[in-house]
Design a protein around this ligand. Structure first.
Ligand SMILES: *Cc1c(COP(=O)(O)O)cnc(C)c1O
Length: 358
């Protein structure tokens, strides 16, 4: 158990008056969680303090060599006004798994969850009330040694901030167009594809920008070796329903193991669907599309839960999915997951972790 010292903000900000204008990650709550790591001493000084900028030396390791990781999760205000989390221990575990690859000391799973809960409880009035809104939670850990030598840092900071965020589908669920990326890659075996490190994002921005200029919402990444097998989209995992079966890339090091991905797979199997976690060639996806067997395609991630895809473009070839509408299975996953998160349907899986009364 962490002994978290709380210093309250004596000048709290006004809560956003119009929840329809929240957007994503633009407004931050009154407090943040901090904990420091010193080699030889371990993690120490867990504390919640007023949200504020960090004074940092320009030679701090993270600015130069990007030794850092982040997580993304949400707190929901349920219909009976409980503030609750969705599988927070999965995020804690994933940060541990990522930490090892980045030579970052692990934050114990229980400490991570305790810190998130303590901050969310203090910030409960920042969890918005309107349908579909949530308090986005961003834990992150970064190297704080000062100096330009390339080595694993001996000092780190673990921080958690919160951003009240608007409904992802404020204008209804709109299926998106996806560009299958055939030049750039996101990950390759032995690299950091399975970690939520900022460097993965830095390397992926260009492809995303180019796709956006061409009118696509995101890129679909192919494997980094043969550029043949589908891996994931932008910041989401992706699933394909072909001829009754659901396919998604296996988590073998190049794909981010999404909590939403894992939860959707569990639900699909509960419902009797066969889910294949393994290589799926883009050729076979396009072929299925042309033969009318590509029934549904959807991204999965914490932000959107599911994001239906209506079109895939690969080297000039196009396939269109389900007449541009969200498919019935995608809709069922969306309704079940969001139903549990906002307390509208019973949590039959033990995924919901209540924090406090709202
Ligand atoms: C965070 C993320 C996902 C989705 O993970 P969730 O835990 O479901 O939010 C998928 N792909 C990438 C690259 C990500 O960063």
């Amino acid at each position: 158990m962490l002994d978290i010292k709380i210093t309250k903000n004596t000048a709290p900000k006004a809560k956003p008056a119009d929840e329809s204008k929240l957007g994503f990650g633009k407004i931050f709550s009154d407090h943040m969680f901090l904990m420091d790591y010193t080699d030889g001493q371990g993690w120490h000084d867990p504390r919640i303090v007023p949200y504020a900028p960090f004074p940092m030396d320009p030679a701090t390791v993270v600015f130069h060599y990007a030794q850092e990781l982040f997580e993304g999760m949400k707190a929901y205000r349920s219909v009976d006004n409980t503030i609750q989390l969705f599988r927070p221990e999965c995020n804690a575990q994933r940060m541990q798994d990522s930490s090892d690859r980045m030579c970052i000391p692990q934050v114990p799973v229980d400490d991570f969850v305790q810190a998130v809960k303590a901050l969310v409880e203090l910030e409960k009035d920042w969890v918005p009330h309107s349908d579909g809104t949530s308090l986005y939670i961003r834990p992150f850990v970064f190297a704080t040694d000062v100096g330009l030598g390339v080595h694993a840092s001996k000092h780190y900071t673990f921080c958690i901030i919160c951003a009240p965020s608007g409904a992802y589908y404020a204008e209804g669920i709109n299926p998106v167009r996806i560009y299958v990326e055939d030049e750039y890659i996101r990950a390759a075996p032995g690299l950091t594809g399975f970690t939520k490190c900022g460097g993965n994002y830095a390397a992926s921005i260009k492809a995303g920008e180019l796709a956006e200029q061409k009118g696509f919402a995101q890129v679909l990444w192919l494997d980094g070796v043969e550029k043949k097998y589908v891996e994931e989209v932008g910041s989401m995992n992706i699933m394909f329903k072909i001829d009754g079966k659901v396919y998604t890339a296996a988590c073998t090091g190049t794909v981010l193991p999404g909590v939403t991905r894992r939860s959707c797979i569990e639900l699909l199997r509960d419902w009797g669907y066969e889910v294949v976690e393994g290589p799926l060639a883009i050729d076979d996806v396009m072929k299925a599309g042309h033969e009318g067997k590509l029934e549904e395609v959807f991204g999965t991630g914490t932000a959107a839960v599911v994001s239906p895809v209506k079109e895939l473009d690969w080297k000039g070839d196009k396939v269109f999915i389900n007449d541009g509408k969200i498919g019935p299975l995608t809709q069922k996953l969306y309704d079940t997951m969001t139903g549990m998160q906002w307390g509208k349907v019973p949590d039959t899986k033990g995924w919901i972790v209540p924090v406090c009364k709202g």
